[in-house]
Design a protein around this ligand. Structure first.
Ligand code: ADP
Ligand code: MG
Length: 371
């Protein structure tokens, strides 16, 4: 089921009468193609849950429309929208067994939609198999691990075969290992069922790893929509560049002068076509190349060996952070004794941004400069 948001806006009154209202979701317009998994991504408080609750019908928009396929669902109550919802806290009924929990949403159907006990049981069994909890059907929620409880919650959301599945930080209560496994499971279940899914998270790695497309949000405003790799490789502004990637992008104060990009006195790239100005320079950790004659000079702090790669931790007075993080192949040899390290940079891993509005300034980077 295709989901279309048209100029969707939600305002809340401010905490006190005299406070300005909060625009939790500002003028969202985008389309989720049928069968895709979309990651809504942004820091806490940016409006992710509000956006999801508008789609579910738990909240009414201040303005704008929501369509499921050709149906305008904006004025429909949640129970008539055909959505499945999963939240961070699993919200299972503690006194019911796993099976009873899964069957629960099927029970109060009326008229032609009414199901017999056998039909409900069959549906519950099929979904339990899909999410791999079929061996736990007679247990109570208190007898399950967090990961198992979350699977029950997912089964319960899926048993009605919703048109759209909405997941709000569904993995946040799980430990790191389980989080990894469960997110792979969610991806598998989504692919097997083909249900259009919106997955809310503040964790960029989580969103990047399972989403067909991500929607990056900041303060109620969509910043960028695209395939995870495309957004990573081609961020539209400094916020998006900083939000995606671990270790995060390194940001320097720099300038373009005479068609060259400078960090301090080091000219690191040709930047033909950009007029002289102050800029932010973002360099991805994988964008550094160790080279004795490299133009960018940093003070070497330490090395962190990570097996396949080495993380070179250094510092530079023009970097916004205390350390510059670069990732290089473990085959490189780094001489710690020298105290300094010199880098060339990979042009496609260097982005520059306007210092006023933080928007990306596009330039066709020439060759890396020599020191
Ligand atoms: P997220 O899920 O991204 O953390 P939310 O959608 O929960 O963000 O909140 C977005 C903004 O809207 C926040 O500033 C929050 O304080 C505000 N907000 C959310 N729900 C309400 C509400 N019911 N009443 C007033 N303000 C709210
Ligand atoms: Mg939230």
């Amino acid at each position: 089921m295709k989901v279309v948001l048209q100029n969707l806006t939600k305002k809340f009154p401010g905490p006190k009468k005299t406070d300005a209202e909060v625009v939790a979701v500002h003028d969202f317009t985008f389309e989720i193609p049928d069968g895709e998994l979309i990651g809504l991504l942004g820091p806490s408080g940016c409006g992710k849950s509000t956006a999801l609750n508008l789609i579910s019908g738990l909240l009414k928009p201040t303005s704008g429309r929501i369509f499921f396929g050709e149906d305008d669902v904006t004025d429909l109550p949640p129970e008539n929208r055909g959505v499945g919802l999963v939240f961070q806290n699993y919200a299972l009924y503690p006194h019911l067994t796993v099976k009873q929990n899964i069957i629960f949403p099927l029970q109060n159907r009326k008229g032609k939609d009414k199901l017999s006990k056998e039909e409900m049981s069959e549906k519950a069994n099929a979904i339990a198999k899909l999410v791999q909890i079929d061996g736990l059907m007679d247990r109570k929620p208190s007898e399950l691990s967090g990961g198992q409880q979350q699977r029950v919650a997912i089964a319960r959301a899926l048993v009605k075969m919703p048109r759209v599945l909405l997941l709000d930080e569904p993995l946040s209560n799980l430990d790191a290992r389980l989080r990894l496994r469960t997110r792979e499971e969610i991806k598998r279940i989504q692919q097997e069922t083909g249900i259009t899914t919106i997955f809310v998270t503040h964790d960029q790695e989580e969103a990047m790893s399972i989403s067909d497309k991500i929607v990056v949000m900041k303060a109620g405003v969509i910043q960028q929509v695209g395939k995870p790799q495309d957004v990573y490789d081609d961020p539209v502004n400094l916020f998006v560049a900083k939000f995606l990637g671990t270790p995060p992008i390194n940001v320097f104060l720099g300038r373009v002068q005479g068609g060259k990009l400078y960090i301090g006195e080091d000219a690191i790239l040709d930047a033909a076509g950009v007029s002289d100005r102050e800029v932010y320079v973002g360099i991805r950790p994988e964008g550094f190349v160790l080279r004795e004659d490299g133009p960018l000079c940093c003070t070497l702090d330490r090395l962190e060996v990570m097996g396949r790669d080495i993380s070179v931790v250094s510092s530079n007075p023009h970097c916004q952070a205390p350390t510059v993080r670069s990732i290089i192949s473990a085959e490189n040899r780094v001489d710690l004794a020298s105290g300094t390290v010199r880098f060339a940079v990979k042009p496609n891993k260097v982005f520059i941004f306007d210092q006023e509005n933080e928007k990306r300034i596009r330039f066709s980077a020439g060759d890396t400069c020599h020191g």
